[in-house]
Ligand binder design. Structure first.
Ligand code: LRH
Length: 539
């Protein structure tokens, strides 16, 4: 019969893509080939960028792009003599929609999903801490206080009468008299707030009509119990979130049904396509290869930078809280102990502003290449973990202010700012090595950078120099590959994730994968001047 191919929908805060994975069993041991079939830009909806407006994702457009990509995946599979045998979706963390499940009509519905960039009003964060102490929240969830946490924003949305409630709710429940609103009414007259769906689970719901909560993405909410991996009733009650419906939490790799008839038709698929809840959190997908105790500082470097290690059990100590470490779920039973830092978002935001000002489209990676010619010493650095860097707009000015605040001169011009961003990211990765070693007592021997940042030679070279450790960089499309890996095991194509990773996915070279999974590049700490001589391929 026809071979099987699997699609990974990977939604990032700056771009989304649909990748197609084939298993090549023609030469002895199986090889996985991953190719990109569709890519599209992402960002908060332009009209929601206005001052005072609630930042929202353009769910309708993103879902439509997803379907376009999946239709292309069906075609690409057919061209290779394969059928599309599965779909998985991963995305950035913390953002959600409150879905009116009762109003489900089978078609795509318009559900605003609030973007995290402005975070919750500081008053809500303070108030949440007044209700339950940070130490207690951390002991339960392993997530430190942060303005982007789902918990505080959800609380603001469902418990404040005005506030952001209207925009955080499904558009079709806005009418008080509608049957949809009534269907959720409780005997005491209180309307249910809706069902909490994090972005990957919202996508699964739109694709299949099924409702659920995958564990890795659920762990980004600060509402999941880090030890049991289930919703924390204690916090839901204490924070007054009783009107929200929380779907049952399931591990990554759980089947979620098949595509709805209209979706199947739109994809041009001969029959409904099975969908799995993969590791829905892009960070967990990107780091699905990691194992507790492997001695690597893991860096998932995309719009965000997540820097940390894989651990066998959550680390809920006061030291970990003081260090601002999040315990987010990884694949299987693993936990990812991570610092949440800004990433290439700083660069894309600056490039967006400079492009607007100059009327010329500036490519961030071109800017980095030019900036890498500047000297390594005397670069002003700033704290990439500063929450003031979350929101869009005025990024070069905010960076300059943060440098000055630290007693450094402001970076000079466009290239000076680019250089400062890259140096500050590398410095934060380097600082993470010591911080993780102190908190866990584990000794780290190398740094693994995956995601878009793994293609940024300057960033990798400076990280090797500042950590004094070898840096293994790549692949860029680590989230999509992890998404595929979980599907391939769930569908019975491979017995374990380790087997998938050993099958060429992470280090494959050759024309079939070159377009999607770049080779793995190694940077030695001594090779601080860079160039081809200082790096060799292979792990
Ligand atoms: C990275 C990421 C990160 C945070 C942020 C909101 O894409 O998932 O782990 O949760 O997005």
């Amino acid at each position: 019969g026809a071979g099987r191919a699997y699609a990974a929908v990977d939604l990032g805060a700056s771009s989304g893509r649909v990748m197609l994975g084939f298993i090549d069993r023609s030469h002895g041991s199986p090889r996985i080939r991953m190719t990109e079939v569709h890519r599209f830009a992402n960002g908060p909806r332009p009209d929601s960028l206005a001052p005072g407006a609630t930042l929202e994702w353009d769910v309708d457009r993103l879902f439509d792009e997803t379907l376009t990509g999946l239709a292309a995946a069906v075609d690409a599979a057919a061209a290779a003599g394969c059928v599309l045998a599965g779909i998985g979706v991963d995305s950035w963390g913390v953002d959600y929609a409150l879905d009116d499940v009762a109003a489900e009509g089978g078609g795509a519905v318009s559900i605003p999903s609030v973007a995290h960039h402005r975070g919750a009003d500081p008053a809500w964060v303070a108030e949440a801490a007044a209700v339950v102490r940070d130490e207690r929240v951390y002991a339960v969830t392993g997530i430190p206080p942060h303005p982007i946490n789902t918990s505080a924003r959800l609380r603001a949305a469902v418990t404040s009468p005005g506030g952001t409630a209207a925009s955080a709710r499904p558009a079709h429940t806005a009418s008080p008299a509608g049957p949809a609103a009534m269907s959720g009414a409780e005997p005491d007259g209180h309307t249910r707030a809706g069902t909490l769906l994090l972005v990957p689970d919202l996508w699964v719901r739109l694709l299949t009509g099924t409702i659920g909560a995958e564990r890795t993405i659920a762990s980004t909410t600060q509402l999941l119990d880090a030890r049991t991996g289930t919703w924390s009733r204690e916090l839901i009650d204490a924070w007054g979130l009783g009107a929200v419906d929380f779907p049952e939490v399931t591990p990554s790799g759980t089947p979620a049904g098949v595509t709805l008839p209209w979706v199947t038709a739109r994809l041009g698929a001969a029959r409904p396509v099975p969908v799995h809840r993969v590791a829905g959190h892009d960070t967990a997908s990107a780091l699905a290869f990691a194992a507790p105790g492997d001695g690597q500082l893991l860096v998932s470097s995309g719009s965000w930078s997540l820097a940390g290690i894989s651990v066998a059990a959550p680390v809920l100590s006061t030291e970990a809280l003081a260090a601002g470490l999040t315990n987010e779920r990884g694949v299987g039973d693993s936990t990812l102990l991570l610092r949440n830092l800004a990433g290439l978002w700083l660069l894309t935001e600056c490039a967006r502003q400079w492009s607007n000002e100059s009327g010329r489209m500036l490519d961030p990676l071109d800017l980095v290449r030019e900036a890498s010619l500047l000297p390594d010493s005397g670069v002003p650095v700033f704290d990439v973990g500063d929450p003031r860097l979350l929101a869009p707009g005025g990024m070069p000015e905010r960076i300059a202010a943060l440098c000055v605040e630290r007693g450094h001169p402001a970076p000079k011009g466009v290239l000076g700012t680019v250089r400062s961003i890259v140096e500050s990211l590398a410095a934060a990765y380097a600082e993470s090595v010591g911080l993780l070693e102190r908190v866990t007592g584990e000794r780290l021997r190398s740094v693994r950078i995956v995601g878009g940042g793994s293609r940024n030679e300057l960033l990798c070279r400076r990280t090797a120099a500042l950590t004094g450790l070898p840096v293994v960089a790549g692949p860029a499309e680590a989230s999509a590959f992890g998404n595929l890996a979980v599907q391939l095991v769930a569908a019975g194509e491979f017995a374990t994730l380790a087997e998938v990773y050993a099958s060429g996915g992470m280090d494959a070279t050759g024309p079939a994968v070159a377009a999607a999974t770049d080779g793995i590049v190694r940077y030695e700490p001594g090779g601080v001047t860079g160039g081809a001589d200082s790096r060799g391929v292979g792990d």
